[in-house]
Write a protein that binds this ligand. Structure first.
Ligand code: RFL
Ligand code: PHB
Length: 396
């Protein structure tokens, strides 16, 4: 087997890369260790930035998104019982975000890949990157019980935080940065109509809570909890009590209850691997960086990486230019660090830090007052939330 770009991982990063490359006539094969059903049922992100939505349209994956995605023109920050709204269009020259589940993006992209060349091998296991430093790297793997080799010109490691791509770069060459937070999110998906049409981020005495949604019938909710939280201690009744408590607002807002379809705990971490290239291996998406979900940036950062990387591959395959590939890492890191900063900032602004003293807490409330009570503050949040332009800062 042979291809121009061998892609590891059929998450948003790998699928978007395959699609953008295909539109430019560049051939790719995706190796995914999980089954198609598993990949399609993974519930994760929900908020697409303005540049991500444009990018999905450009790559021909925008039809269902345009029909079913829910445009959002603002968010509420709730603290001390009061909701303070951040209005995106008036603060960002008309931009907004779209709520559309990550699994829907993945589904649309899998359908496109299957329709055009069918080159996604699900349940491809034991993937190993062979000779990434050479001009002819390859991927060895097991597929349907047989050992296979895929010869590639380049390898794209789009295999998420726990994948093999980053792990196959020699440790001595890795430049890593990390922060682990002393809390996690307990998330639920409920069969309940969203009680209002915009998201609410709440800073409550008992901890952070987030009200979000997936459709007119499904609400997505999160509660700050301990990273080692045992879901056994969270029967549905306790989850609802705590959500009502943390999301109570003076305007009478109340979450609608419904059957809980899923309950999970997500740890919170900030992580950057600045080494995004090793020979002919390039990392994109969660394989190179993780953000805490408070800024809704993970999937959107993956999209930004893919835009730069696909443009760089196109320049190489069209005219043999290597400059954009050489510049990929440095350029991508600018937007990655900007999103890291915003995700860290939103996390700190909205969570109850178990290590904070009374002084720290008052400073946090002063911050909340400033960022919601002044136009400069609101603009900072709005501009980052709707998404800095791809190619940041060059494209700003
Ligand atoms: P993914 O989605 O993890 O996909 C990686 C794929 O690679 C496969 N894989 C392998 N395949 C072959 N061989 C191996 N050795 C392999 N190892 C792994 C995996 O099976 C998988 O299919 O990474 P990608 O594509 O970089 O996409 C990143 C996003 O998934 C992630 O950043 C977001 O989900 C983060 N995130 C959010 N991002 C947003 O932009 N907005 C949000 O609102 C948002 N909310 C969230 C989130 C993530 C969450 N969790 C569960 C971590 C909310 C939550 C709760
Ligand atoms: C979600 O709907 O899953 C969601 C929304 C906003 C976030 C994180 C997750 O910041």
């Amino acid at each position: 087997m042979k291809t121009q770009v061998g892609i590891i991982g059929a998450g948003p990063a790998g699928l978007m890369l395959a699609q953008t490359l295909r539109l430019q006539g560049i051939d790719s094969v995706i190796l995914e260790m999980r089954s198609e059903e598993y990949v399609l049922s993974r519930i994760r992100a929900g908020v697409l930035e303005h540049p991500t939505v444009e990018f999905l349209h450009e790559m021909g994956a925008g039809d269902r998104l345009a029909r079913e995605g829910m445009p959002h023109e603002g968010i509420d920050l709730l603290f001390r019982g009061e909701k303070r709204r951040i209005d995106f269009p008036s603060l960002t020259n008309g931009k907004k975000v779209t709520v559309y589940g990550q699994q829907e993006v993945v589904k649309d992209l899998i359908e496109l890949k299957k329709a055009f060349d069918g080159q996604i091998l699900f349940e491809a296991t034991d993937v190993r990157i062979v000779d990434p430093e050479s001009d002819s790297p390859s991927l060895s793997f097991t597929y349907q019980g047989e050992q296979k080799t895929l010869a590639c010109e380049f390898v794209a490691g789009c295999d998420g935080f726990h994948g093999v791509a980053r792990a196959s770069i020699p440790e001595s060459g890795l430049k890593l940065f990390e922060r682990v937070y002393p809390f996690a999110w307990l998330g639920i998906l409920a069969e309940a109509a969203p009680a209002q049409d915009e998201l609410i981020y709440s800073r409550h005495e008992n901890g952070f809570a987030l009200f979000s949604m997936r459709s007119q019938e499904v609400t997505r909710l999160y509660l700050q909890c301990d990273p080692k939280e045992d879901l056994e201690h969270w029967p549905d009744s306790r989850v609802w009590d705590e959500l009502h408590r943390r999301l109570e607002a003076k305007d009478g807002f109340r979450v609608n209850e419904g059957a809980i379809m899923r309950k999970d705990v997500t740890p919170m971490r900030s992580f950057v691997c600045e080494t995004m290239r090793h020979g002919r291996l390039f990392l994109a998406g969660d394989a190179a960086h993780i953000v805490p979900p408070t800024g809704a940036k993970g999937l959107n950062l993956a999209a930004g990486d893919v835009k730069l990387l696909s443009d760089a591959f196109v320049a190489y395959f069209r005219s043999g230019e290597t400059g954009p590939l050489d510049g990929y890492e440095a350029h991508a890191l600018k937007r990655i660090w900007a999103a890291q900063r915003f995700s860290w900032f939103m996390t700190r602004l909205l969570h109850k830090d178990p290590g904070a003293n009374a002084f720290d807490q008052e400073v946090q409330f002063a911050d909340l007052d400033y960022y919601t009570g002044t136009e400069a503050g609101r603009r900072t949040i709005a501009e980052n939330y709707v998404g800095l332009p791809f190619g940041w800062p060059g494209a700003a």
